[in-house]
Design a protein around this ligand. Structure first.
Ligand code: UFG
Length: 336
């Protein structure tokens, strides 16, 4: 069974490709390397023993996209990761975000219609909730006004998919990711931020190895037990496995509705200081950090109610925080 993985050389994409291959799927990757490196392809092959098919083009280019699907009309399912994902950058470059994140999805759905491809897994984000009124947050929580063009693209994308599924014979599952961290146990694939990392975990590991001088902890005056912000960190391999289960659910016609949405987190919230403590314990390194002002646009605390995903998908995150921080460190150590 042939599955298209867009953004399959990226952080979550590459881990998902490996899990799909290990579950017997044939994978074709489309990735324009805008935030990934071509070496990832070989490293996927080192893990799985199979080099996935790969094409390099921009999915927001309608002609290139249509041409690709004409040549690959036997694709049975699509996992659509390819998108920009930096909140701050999206404020500076909104049009790039709309073109890439919305344009690519539109082109993909047009080709799903043309070539009768019925199954789409979409990368959504807990960012659609903003700061929820109730924690843990369930899938039924209201969608609040987006705080950035990035966040808005994820909200709009879910609506676009919902409208498409209503009008056409197709199925979709949107997975709302919480905070993926960590890396594959082989340390052959992991998060590869280009430039200065925005996210906490790569900033921690790069600081510990000496690439960055000091981690800034954004705010210790939040209304949380230690004052730092709380997130639901999930091991990227647990997250990758949820995609395989979502694909299987669609292929086996197990969906209860043509469009389903699931929170993909662990259900546990950890503060920034707790992540640092875990990292210091597992890496046996002291981290140089200081408390600075809050980062604009950050929510105070969010973690997932995972009951729906646990019960309906039969999926549960298995790896704890220490395993996440240790695997992230092993990955950092493996980078030259
Ligand atoms: N943090 C620091 N210092 C850093 C980086 C992050 O203290 O150098 C803190 C943040 O303030 C936050 C926590 O670590 O409290 C996690 O921050 P990340 O940047 O790693 O992740 P976010 O929770 O901001 O990002 C998540 C998703 C994004 C999504 C975003 C929307 O990973 O995809 O929520 O707010 F866009």
């Amino acid at each position: 069974m042939k599955i298209l993985v867009t953004g399959g050389l990226g952080y979550i994409g590459s881990h998902t490709v490996v899990e799909l291959q290990q579950s017997g799927y044939e994978v074709i990757i489309v990735d324009n390397l805008s935030n990934s490196r071509i070496e990832v392809l070989e490293n996927i092959e080192k893990i799985s023993g199979v080099k996935p098919n790969y094409e390099n083009f921009d999915l927001s280019e309608a002609n290139l996209c249509a041409d690709f699907f004409r040549r690959n009309a036997d694709i049975e399912g699509i996992i659509h990761f390819a998108a920009y994902k930096a909140v701050g950058e999206s404020v500076e470059k909104p049009l790039e975000y709309y073109k890439n994140n919305i344009g690519s999805l539109l082109n993909i759905m047009e080709n799903m219609r043309s070539f009768k491809i019925e199954n789409l897994v979409f990368s959504s984000s807990c960012t659609v909730y903003g700061q929820p009124d109730e924690l843990p947050v369930t899938e039924r929580a209201p969608i609040k006004e987006a705080l950035s063009p990035y966040g808005y693209t994820k909200q709009v994308a879910e609506v676009m998919i919902s409208d498409f599924i209503y009008a056409h014979p197709a199925n979709s599952i949107a997975l709302r990711y919480f905070n993926p961290i960590g890396a594959h146990k082989t340390a052959l694939i992991g998060e590869l931020p280009l430039g200065v990392p925005n996210n906490l975990m790569p900033f921690i590991t790069q600081t510990a190895i000496g690439i960055r001088e000091q981690l800034s902890v954004f705010g210790d005056d939040y209304n949380t037990p230690d004052g730092t912000a709380i997130r639901d960190y999930i091991h990227v391999v647990d997250l990758a496995k949820a995609h395989v289960i979502a694909v299987e659910r669609m292929m086996n016609k197990k969906q209860k509705a043509a469009f389903e949405i699931f929170n993909i987190g662990t259900g546990n919230g950890y503060s920034v200081l707790e992540v640092i403590q875990s990292f210091e314990k597992t890496s046996k390194r002291k981290l140089n950090y200081k408390i600075v002002a809050r980062r604009e646009g950050d929510v105070e605390q969010v973690w997932a109610d995972t009951n729906f995903a646990n019960n309906e998908l039969g999926w549960k995150a298995e790896k704890g925080l220490d395993e996440m921080t240790l695997s992230a460190w092993n990955w950092q150590l493996s980078l030259k």
